[in-house]
Design a protein. Structure first.
Length: 188
């Protein structure tokens, strides 16, 4: 087992460290439901995961996965863009997870986009409790991916350091475009 953890799993390490039973959390990109399942296992029966996707197929796959694990009662599945998350969230959240790009196994033309992703990030930051975190797994190998990363970096680099700490976790010696991870922590 390599000691360096991949960005996708590193995101879960950060989230595990700040989510407790009973918390409200968000999966901003449900996809095939793996992060939603991970979050549902963390929040317990008293917590809730709000899970967003713009594709019916993703919402349905996520529903089936969660039903199969008997955890669907911990999740609200929402067929809407993550930039509208504040319409659905009442209260503070301890974590928001983004896994950008396209639905694995689905159409590659439905992808996350710079403007909506940054708007969703802004909405997520407003509902984050002190000590809470947002994780964003970024992919740059597909068309538009590099532009999305640029937009995210320019937004995040200007966040007030007294309010937020922003980390970028990335491999720097791979010739192809490996995914990387942004983590934003709201300071206590
Ligand atoms: C890489 S997949 C997510 C994988 C997922 N986290 C998992 O564990 O399986 C990216 C997802 O983002 C969704 N997506 C694209 N634009 C979106 C938006 N504006 N709001 C919410 N979801 C969006 C896509 O439909 C796709 O299912």
């Amino acid at each position: 087992m390599p000691a360096i953890i991949k960005p996708l799993y590193m995101a879960r390490e950060f989230v595990s460290a700040c989510v407790s039973g009973g918390d409200l959390v968000i999966d901003a990109t449900a996809g095939n439901g793996h992060d939603t399942l991970f979050l549902a296992s963390l929040v317990g029966d008293k917590g809730k995961v709000l899970s967003f996707d713009v594709q019916k197929e993703a919402i349905e796959t996520t529903r089936q996965l969660l039903e199969g694990e008997n955890l669907i009662h911990r999740v609200d599945l929402i067929l809407d863009s993550h930039e509208n998350m504040s319409d659905y969230v009442h209260g503070f959240v301890s974590a928001v997870m983004f896994n950008l790009g396209y639905l694995p196994g689905g159409e590659h033309d439905t992808i996350t986009r710079p403007e909506t992703t940054v708007n969703a990030l802004k909405a997520g930051l407003l509902m984050l409790r002190p000590g809470g975190i947002i994780t964003v797994v970024i992919y740059t190998g597909h068309e538009g991916g590099k532009e999305e990363r640029t937009a995210l970096f320019s937004f995040c680099a200007n966040l007030n350091q007294k309010q937020f700490t922003v980390l970028h976790y990335s491999v720097i010696n791979q010739i192809h475009d490996p995914p990387s991870l942004l983590v934003i922590e709201k300071i206590y």
